[in-house]
Ligand binder design. Structure first.
Ligand code: GDD
Ligand code: MG
Length: 352
């Protein structure tokens, strides 16, 4: 069975972080995001090929995962000549005349849904398509999906307005689709699976089934959610590596160097090659990427620093997210929810 990961979007809501790092490989602690999805797909022994559907900066993603052998999977990359939208991209990645079930994932959702169970439901119901639904507080940023008591989908409305909201379940971005049903998607044309394909299943009264999942689910596509996923994993609200069995603790890589007199307060993460000098304090909810340097008396709390960032003496950083190779000068103060792109330089005594 083939799995297609839709990983071609530009990640515009995570700019500037995604200018050099496409959303599917933004780091979550010490790993590229898609690694979590690939691990989830490994739960299904039948999946023998994972196709990454790419468009934006495909080479960077290929460089990270190669042929997949490091992760124990077989990966193939498909790059659209131009963005085809979610439906066009699935059609393009599935190739000509697909048959049987194909698993599709939006490349920015993190969840612990039981995928074998979803596939089993799809088979038991002999569905043409099955999608995972999940409840959220505000469905307006998602696809609103209404199902009846028997789990048949009755309505699919992408990005509803407030007055169109009739239930709290949304499209979780995880599907099992019968290859034959992709015939309604025009080839090489921009086409939305949410606005075109799903409504057409309902119009044609085809067996379109909901699997409702009430466990952990998040779309990491905005700043707030990207930050939240780190908090959730650190606190144990979502049990996932690298914090499995270590929730709430200060997780320090054996390859990091913490000098005597540095204060480290969990939950936080300090990656390999990082140096925390004496008198520095790393407070709760901080993520210090590989090879970062935190100088004497610097204080960091609730900040996410990607690798290779330099924090000079007595700087105070709170709440921000900073890309790779940033420099914070002496006595810099950054508070609030700043987002800084790669190579940002904040000079001594600056306040943001
Ligand atoms: N290859 C390719 N080509 N991938 C694309 C394209 C494209 O043209 N456009 C979007 N994608 C990928 C994105 O990279 C992302 O992984 C996924 O498709 C979904 O696109 P988003 O831009 O993140 O959509 P969204 O979050 O606003 O809404 C979608 O996800 C929600 C769940 O998170 C919809 O599927 C909603 O219905 C759903 O509720
Ligand atoms: Mg999204």
């Amino acid at each position: 069975m083939k799995a297609i990961l839709l990983a071609g979007g530009q990640g515009s809501r995570l700019r500037p972080l995604t200018l050099n790092t496409p959303k599917p490989i933004v780091p979550i602690f010490d790993r590229p995001f898609l690694r979590y999805q690939i691990e989830l797909l490994k739960q299904v022994p039948e999946i023998d090929e994972i196709v990454l559907s790419l468009n934006y900066q495909p080479r960077r993603i290929e460089e990270v995962f190669g042929d997949g052998s490091d992760l124990g999977v077989q990966l193939r990359y498909v790059v659209e000549p131009q963005p085809l939208g979610t439906g066009g991209a699935i059609k393009f990645a599935a190739g000509p005349h697909p048959t049987g079930p194909v698993v599709v994932f939006n490349g920015d959702v993190l969840t612990s849904v039981d995928l074998p169970e979803v596939i089993a439901l799809h088979r038991a119901r002999e569905a043409r398509a099955t999608i995972v639904l999940t409840p959220v507080e505000n469905p307006t940023a998602y696809g609103l999906v209404e199902a009846d008591d028997l789990g048949n989908i009755r309505d699919f409305l992408e990005k509803p307005t407030a007055d169109q909201i009739t239930c709290d379940t949304i499209n979780a971005g995880i599907y099992v689709l019968e290859g034959e049903t992709l015939d309604r998607i025009p080839a090489d044309t921009q086409f939305s699976i949410e606005r075109g394909y799903f409504p057409s299943l309902i119009e044609r009264s085809e067996t379109f089934v909901a699997y409702t999942y009430r466990g952990y689910w998040i779309d990491i596509g905005t700043r707030q959610k990207y930050e939240q996923v780190h908090h959730d994993i650190m606190s144990g609200r979502f049990s996932a590596p690298p914090f499995e069995g270590a929730a709430g603790t200060a997780l320090v890589s054996p390859g990091a160097r913490i000098e005597d007199g540095a204060i480290i307060e969990g939950p936080c993460f300090i990656d390999a090659g990082a140096v925390i000098k004496s008198g520095a304090r790393i407070g709760p909810n901080s993520v210090i990427g590989a090879n970062c340097h935190v100088a004497e008396d610097a204080q960091i709390e609730g900040a996410i620093l990607w690798p290779h960032t330099w924090v000079d003496r007595a700087a105070r950083l709170g709440g921000l997210i900073a890309g790779r190779h940033c420099q914070f000068g002496r006595h810099v103060e950054v508070s609030g929810d700043a987002m800084l792109g790669d190579n940002s330089v904040i000079t001594d005594f600056s306040r943001l």
